[in-house]
Design a binder for this molecule. Sequence first.
Ligand code: UD1
Ligand code: CA
Length: 464
Amino acid sequence: MTKSLPMSAVILAAGKGTRLRSALPKVLHPVAGKPMLEWVLRAARAAGCEHIYVVVGHGADQIQREIEADDVTWVLQREQLGTGHALLQVASYLSAPTTLLVLSGDVPLVAPETLDRLAVGARSGWGSMVVAEMEEPGSLGRVVATADGTLERIVEVADATGEELENRWINAGIYVLPAPGIFEFLTRLKPDNAKQELYLTNALTAAADGDRRLALVSLVEAEEAFGVNDRLDLARVHGVLLRRKAEELMREGVTILDPSHVVVEADVEVGRDSVLHPGVSLTGRSRLGEGCTIHQGAWLKDAQLGDRVVVEPYSVLEEVEVGNDCRIGPFARMRPGAVMKARAKIGNFVEIKNSVLAEGVKVNHLAYVGDATVGENANLGAGTITCNYDGVSKHHTEIGKGAFVGSDTMFVAPVSIGDGAMTAAGSVISKDVPPGALAIERSEQKTVLGYAKRKLERRKTRKQ
Ligand code: UD1
Ligand code: CA
């Protein structure tokens, strides 16, 4: 942005957001994985503002707790008397004349290019504001322009006549205004309108009446003006952010088979030639390498994947690390602390938690591996379980390199088996097994000749 204009940002975020009908303050509602306010903060930071003031009121404590913002000064608006009153709260924080970029906490889609235009627009007059022509202007304030393209007045929907509502030019709620110049008009506001609020927009109309030229700047894309007043708006804004992210990834060389049916949150990174199938969710700080394939219905949160990893359908991965060429699922679950080194493989109905599977390990079917270390190329048979919890604490299981674990082995931790050791199917292993040994723990099989046939015949005779 124009570095010649020293600017501070003010984000208005004190309103109740009544129409969301929520216990959560409006600006904390997540969109595309981040609280709405984070998106607005991001825009203010991208605009290069020297300082950011956030006006809070309803839910102020919770907002301050949940938003990480070392560069923010929180300004309290004790009573929510309207947007004009909200902006006025900043007055006592400013000691020198400055330019204010005013943003609404519930308008999260604004793009940096639009804010650039806004700053440029402000230089030609007293201030500037963002307008857009919308197909469905809904509840947004309507903007009337003068012949030379500056502001004449803003009419709020609650106060508009039928004719005024036909105007499809709307106020996006984003402005560049001079301080203290604007405060002169804000202090004179009266709640003489349908909502009995102190409207910032009325102060701007008054400024225009007083020959202050407010340049009207159009949005790069009309959708940037989408504000969030109810849950329908929330879904629409969420959709736009997800679409933007999907488009960005596709431009960077990621294949997304059906972009309207994937969720990729803002901070996720995906390497080129990766393929995302429908119904995939990549959330949090997940990072995928190149050439990965993520199949239908997989859900990843804070997952780090190397290159060429294949995640089969309906697998769930959270806070995990996966090396190159691993295969996961279908229907696998990797819980926090699960680490798979290169070429390891886990199959269906396998759960891994807080464990490291070294290179080439295979756990192909129906297993639980928790608090364990598994050495290179070990093979864990179907139904292997680490009994890691004794009701009080968790214990560790160590499985050596190249070990071969028979199906349905229970490891009663703490326990270890050495490199190349084997366990027989169905064994409950509670004592350490040295390298290269076989551990077998099951009673000897009895075979009673002819028994099955005799039993069947007895049953048949009883029935007659
Ligand atoms: C406002 C504008 C409208 C514009 C729309 C853009 C006014 C009077 N109207 O309407 O012209 O088209 O934004 O989205 O400004 N807030 C406070 N304190 C308050 C009241 C509101 O901080 O006392 C905050 C809200 O938290 C919100 C923002 O200001 O983030 C806008 O308030 P809201 O009540 O949603 O205004 P709109 O009716 O959407
Ligand atoms: Ca609003």
